[in-house]
Design a protein around this ligand. Structure first.
Ligand code: IPM
Ligand code: MN
Length: 365
């Protein structure tokens, strides 16, 4: 337990500042007057790049690295790009992932009561799984290191290391052990999602998965190819419990999974290394709706709750764990009572949702 926890806050671009401020407000309300959290803001993102030529200043990086946790709104503006054509606003997220070795990206996909599932006949509780995205290698490890030759060809390499695959697979089994299993049958199950039928790198991933799985005889295992997975996540989402997969595949099925529970606005994410934790919703910066007060803050609020959970376990601080539980309950109740933003076909503004959540968590205190 610590007296003070330093939280590095980066607002980012588009709706980033709106959803980030909402999450900070809800966390403050949940912790009350004696909150041990000390929020410190740092600049980064596409907007900052336009202003200064730097997307992620070293001082901001150091602030994030030394903080107890990092909270981010969202980053990136389409068209704000480096000379190689890649987006400058993504440097923040990607540099943190690689340089702080945030290898485990935990992305819960859960259908809440009160939200209409786009899949016919699926009810709250019937979708409840975790996508565990390997976050430090895979295809995205090639960021900034690919080759473009004479305008004729381009190559990015997909990287899988034994150490990298082993640790993410172990994490998947640990998550499954702590879970209630898949909604459909209650079975604790880890699904290895790859493309081992075509590429050596994925066959390697699968072979390491099989070996590690032997250490967890209490957990069911299965193998699903990524293309088939996109179908299963739509047709039988209740079958899944924990899905472990390579970086880019995890990126793609995160959005697919989010769509099945009503959209990106309800998908939180926690990016964890052995020392640092980075929390942001899985969605992007949605510049088209920025500044209109209609952004959905739930994803970032839930990510902030995950931050409190993580800090609570790490520092054996029950007050943080309790605040996390309050926030998650408040989100459940608010959604169930129809407190829905425009993306969820409701008419609640971000500020009203935030106020509602603050009231609920303050009551629970
Ligand atoms: C995500 C985002 C990121 C990614 C961007 C912001 C770099 O889409 O976290 O899923 O592509 O991984
Ligand atoms: Mn993504």
């Amino acid at each position: 337990m610590k007296d003070v926890y330093d939280i590095a806050v980066v607002h980012g671009d588009g709706i980033g500042p709106e959803v980030c401020a909402a999450a900070v407000e809800v966390v403050r309300a949940a912790l009350g007057n004696r909150s041990p959290l000390n929020f410190r803001e740092y600049p980064a993102g596409a907007e900052h790049y336009l202003k200064t030529g730097e997307s992620f200043p070293d001082a901001s990086f150091e602030g994030c690295r030394n903080a107890d946790a990092i909270l981010h709104g969202a980053g990136g503006i389409p068209g704000v790009v480096h000379p190689d054509g890649t987006e400058a606003g993504l440097d923040f997220t990607l540099r943190l992932r690689f340089e702080l070795d945030l290898y485990a990206n935990i992305r819960p996909i859960r259908l809440f009561e009160g939200v209409t599932c786009p899949l016919a006949g699926v009810k709250a509780g019937e979708i409840d799984y975790v996508i565990l995205r390997e976050n430090s290698e895979g295809l995205y490890a090639a960021r900034g290191a690919g080759v473009q030759l004479r305008g004729e060809l381009a190559v990015d390499n997909l990287v899988q290391t034994r150490t990298g695959v082993e640790r993410i697979v172990r994490k998947a089994f640990e998550l499954a052990r702590q879970s209630n299993g898949a909604p459909r049958d209650g079975v604790r199950r880890v699904t290895c999602c790859d493309k081992a039928n075509v590429l050596r790198s994925y066959a390697f991933f699968r072979s390491i998965f099989s070996r590690v799985a032997e250490e967890y005889p209490d957990i069911a295992t299965e193998y699903v190819l990524i293309d088939a997975m996109t179908m299963h996540l739509v047709l039988k989402p209740g079958h899944f419990n924990v899905i472990v997969t390579e970086n880019m595949f995890g990126d793609i099925i995160s959005d697919l999974g989010a769509a099945t529970i009503g959209g990106m606005g309800l998908a939180p994410s926690a990016e964890l290394g052995d020392r640092n934790g980075f929390f942001q919703a899985a969605h992007g910066s949605a510049p088209d709706i920025a500044g209109k007060g209609i952004a959905n803050p739930y994803g970032t609020v839930l990510s902030a709750a995950a931050m409190l959970d993580w800090l609570g376990v790490r520092h054996q601080d029950a007050s943080l764990a309790a605040a996390a539980t309050n926030i998650k309950t408040a989100v459940n109740d608010a959604l169930a009572s129809g407190c829905l933003s425009a993306d969820l076909k409701g008419s609640w503004k971000s500020a009203d949702i935030t106020r509602m959540l603050c009231e609920r968590v303050a009551e629970a205190n």
